[in-house]
Design a binder for this molecule. Sequence first.
Ligand SMILES: Cc1cc2nc3c(=O)[nH]c(=O)nc-3n(C[C@H](O)[C@H](O)[C@H](O)COP(=O)(O)O)c2cc1C
Length: 233
Amino acid sequence: MSGHHEHVTRHGELAGEEPLSHFIHLIKNRRSIRKYKGKEIPWGLILQILEAGRYAPSAGNVQNWKFIVVRNPGVRESIAKCCHSQEWMQDAPVHIVVVGEPKAAGRFYGERGETLYTAQGCAAAIENMMLAAASLGLGTCWVSAFDDFEISKILDFPEDVVCQGVVTLGYSDEHPLAPARKDLHTVVFVNSWGDKGYGDKAKGYKSANIKEAVSQIRGSIENIAKKIKGRNS
Ligand SMILES: Cc1cc2nc3c(=O)[nH]c(=O)nc-3n(C[C@H](O)[C@H](O)[C@H](O)COP(=O)(O)O)c2cc1C
């Protein structure tokens, strides 16, 4: 059933059985990874991922971000601690800490620039990097549950910058199933807030998601079966 997914046709109607673009497939199959292999990541791959971050959109193209690559195990341990003791983070061989520079956006856009635009630009960079990592066969997890003050001390921030997120990066050692998403027709309205009969149009999307979930479960069962077979032979 691979390649059978929903799609919007040229006429704007939804069809259930159009091939899914590779990129949308990548988006849908990216998972938050919280278990990593010890294997180091070559700098060449890390640089490609950072480059994807650099090309993210930002308000007025102000690019008011810094990406701190943390490979040092002691520093990673401290970061994991200050992320409310999410200890699994330590095993990711790399953390990319995304830091916003609110003043640079505030100069042009006032308070809205310092808060909303800074957070949104950094979020765009984070998602770009996570998708780039997925395309290179690497797992990531976006972590925003951290102590702002602690992380600024660990990484020696100047006064006027703010951590916007930590991206853990490494070779995945787990295959989590996709956490359920709300059905498309429950999150999309047409023209204004409220149900405008979009539900009927989006029905195909729901069935395609179920098909995908079933195929994922089937895949993981097959993997387990293979492992058991290998152990017994
Ligand atoms: C702003 C933000 C903060 C997040 N913070 C954490 C976090 O602190 N710890 C964690 O394990 N996951 C965190 N996540 C990951 C989400 O739990 C995850 O994206 C969500 O459950 C959906 O799973 P998926 O990414 O596999 O599709 C965060 C995600 C976002 C967007």
